[in-house]
Design a protein around this ligand. Structure first.
Ligand SMILES: Cc1ncc(C[n+]2csc(CCOP(=O)(O)OP(=O)(O)O)c2C)c(N)n1
Ligand SMILES: [Mg+2]
Length: 160
């Protein structure tokens, strides 16, 4: 089976996000459009004309990956292309905090796309700041004495 992410990416050694990404595209295959927001996953999408993906990819803003996916899936539906997977591949900060409004809107409207949140429980790409998904007690650079609040239950929120 062809690897749909090139070798020699610049993610950190042993990065779990990269392994998840490799598994996703292995399962979904090349009929997939993948979007990433600013996050560690954006390293795979790359800069300018350089990318690690061997499938169409797009870099959204941190606030709006679900809005981009809504638009792309609606356009594909218009052209009767139900054979193409649209995938959002976002971190916890881009999902439970900054991208939550767009995700809530997309779910409420019922768009057809796959949303995958790799939850590494902090804003890692910018230097381990606390997110809504950081568990209680966890150290981050912005919670040096441990986080006081609880981890947001995003699944329950979206079910509601
Ligand atoms: C509106 C906005 N605020 C802040 C940033 C800066 N920023 C870029 S990546 C990032 C961290 C995202 O964290 P997460 O979604 O958890 O992904 P991870 O870095 O952990 O992979 C932040 C805060 C941004 N790009 N846009
Ligand atoms: Mg994160």
């Amino acid at each position: 089976m062809t690897d749909l992410i090139s070798k020699g990416t610049t993610t950190c050694e042993g990065c779990g996000m990269e392994l998840i990404a490799r598994s996703i595209v292995k399962v979904l295959g090349k009929n997939t459009i993948i979007l990433t927001p600013p996050s560690c996953s954006a390293i795979l999408t790359g800069f300018g004309d350089q990318t690690c993906w061997k499938i169409p990819s797009f870099q959204s803003n941190l606030e709006n990956i679900a809005a981009y996916c809504s638009g792309i899936s609606t356009a594909l539906e218009f052209h009767n292309r139900t054979d193409i997977n649209v995938v959002a591949f976002a971190g916890d900060g881009g999902t439970v905090d900054i991208g939550l409004q767009a995700l809530s809107g997309a779910i409420e409207r019922g768009h057809r796309f796959i949303y995958i949140c790799y939850d590494n429980e902090a804003y890692m790409n910018t230097g381990i700041q606390r997110s809504g998904s950081t568990p209680t007690g966890a150290w981050t650079t912005t919670t040096p004495g441990g986080k006081k609040e609880t981890k947001k239950n995003i699944v329950e929120m979206l079910l509601a």
